[in-house]
Design a protein around this ligand. Structure first.
Ligand SMILES: *Cc1c(COP(=O)(O)O)cnc(C)c1O
Length: 397
């Protein structure tokens, strides 16, 4: 029987593509440090579980727009960030993932285009394929700290099919926190070319240096075109809860998005109830996790800087970095690490970065490293990478 060409053209997740090799290594008894996925190892706040435990009664559908108390708590959270949204300007979604899909569906017809800096969060590619939207990559490079290109280079990518610019800030997978100039440049381009901005700011709390995050929601004269996409997944280490949000000052747009929210009935009720507790979580929770990630960032960056031939930038946010390795084919190296290499019967699992590029053939010698595991494990993982590179290059030469 025939399946849709849409699904047949859809790629596999680059993060999980090589998972069978990791599974095999584990089966052979090797310990595998997973630097491939961005699953935080920090526990969600206990308030979340306490709140859910209190629940009794009928597990009904929630309101399509979102559980009222949770919407209130999002309003309060944003206010603390100088982002002023009213309750009616927010819709609770099934993770930022659904919010992204809604943003595409509400602004793009089949074949319309969205500009996204590459390397990009791999799910953007899958979601665009799923919604029959074409991604036009804005190329950025590790050698240049993944800075956005000049205005005319970005503008030259715009066609009469371009509907939006999607920016993850702080960025997955590069860890870049865009400067005020870059954020304002995107705002200016969007305004001049009548584009929407999908502002994916799920890593808002994860910034390690003394840099200020300029939210697109902070820029007054573009508020009719900004869709702010958010999530509790990373902020409160609650990926499995599947709670996110989409917010905009554009009333007509929000009215249309509500149709999509109604079509899928509601976001999970228990998790929404649990998430209302986050306004009571002491600020230390986020400060402590920031501190921990900063230490991990420093550890990984330091180790990589000492490896010969490795090109990397110092990420300022999120918990990833994209690194150029002195190998021809990073995927081959990753598979080799899993199959052939170990130190004390331990090895590492990296994500090939090629899958994060929208342009075919780029990033072949790059990997994405996620530093979501504890410092002790990261130290061992970095040692395995350093020794692995030496050994691999000896064999291949
Ligand atoms: C993890 C991630 C998401 C997905 O968040 P969910 O709320 O778990 O769906 C979206 N955008 C970026 C950049 C991410 O890294």
């Amino acid at each position: 029987m025939k399946l849709s060409s849409r699904i047949q053209n859809m790629s596999d997740s680059p993060i999980r593509k090589l998972s069978p090799y990791a599974a095999l290594a584990k089966k052979e008894g090797k310990k595998v440090y997973g630097l491939n996925i961005g699953q935080p190892d920090i526990e969600a706040p206990e308030e979340f579980y306490e709140k859910i435990k209190e629940f009794k009664g009928i597990l009904s559908y929630a309101d399509s727009q979102g559980y009222s108390e949770l919407l209130d708590s999002f309003v309060k959270y944003y206010k603390g960030k100088d982002i002023l949204f009213k309750k009616e300007e927010i819709i609770v979604t099934i993770g930022a993932t659904e919010a992204l899909s809604m943003a595409m569906l509400v602004t793009c017809d089949i074949g319309d285009e969205i500009l996204i800096p590459e390397p990009m969060y791999a799910s953007y590619i899958l979601l665009a394929q799923q919604n029959s939207v074409n991604i036009i990559p804005i190329n950025t490079k590790v050698e240049n700290d993944f800075r956005l290109p000049e205005e005319d280079e970005i503008v030259s990518l715009i066609t009469d099919k371009t509907r939006a610019i999607l920016i993850s800030n702080p960025a997955n997978p590069t860890g870049r926190v865009y400067t005020k100039e870059e954020v304002y440049l995107i705002a200016k381009i969007a305004k001049e070319h009548d584009l929407f901005i999908f502002a994916d700011e799920v890593y808002r709390e994860f910034i390690y240096d003394d840099v200020e995050l300029i939210s697109f929601a902070h820029i007054d004269d573009i508020q009719d075109r900004v869709l702010l996409i958010d999530s509790i997944s990373k902020r409160y280490s609650a990926c499995g809860a599947r709670i996110g949000s989409i917010a905009s000052k554009n009333k007509d747009l929000m009215k249309q998005i509500l149709k999509l929210a109604q079509a899928r009935l509601c976001a999970p009720l228990l998790e929404q109830i649990g998430a209302t507790s986050f306004t009571n979580v002491p600020e230390e929770y986020i400060i402590e996790s920031q501190k921990e990630y900063k230490k991990r960032r420093d550890l990984v960056y330091q180790a990589l800087s000492n490896m010969e031939g490795v090109v990397c930038h110092k990420p300022q946010g999120a918990f990833y970095m994209v690194v150029k390795l002195p190998v021809e084919n990073a995927e081959d190296f990753i598979i080799w690490l899993l199959r052939e290499f170990s130190i004390d019967n331990e090895t590492i699992f990296l994500a090939p970065a090629a899958g994060f590029y929208g342009t075919e053939g780029l990033g072949l010698d790059e990997v994405r490293i996620s530093y979501c595991i504890n410092q002790e494990s990261l130290k061992k993982a970095m040692n395995i990478l350093a020794e692995g590179l030496k050994e691999y290059n000896k064999i291949k030469k």
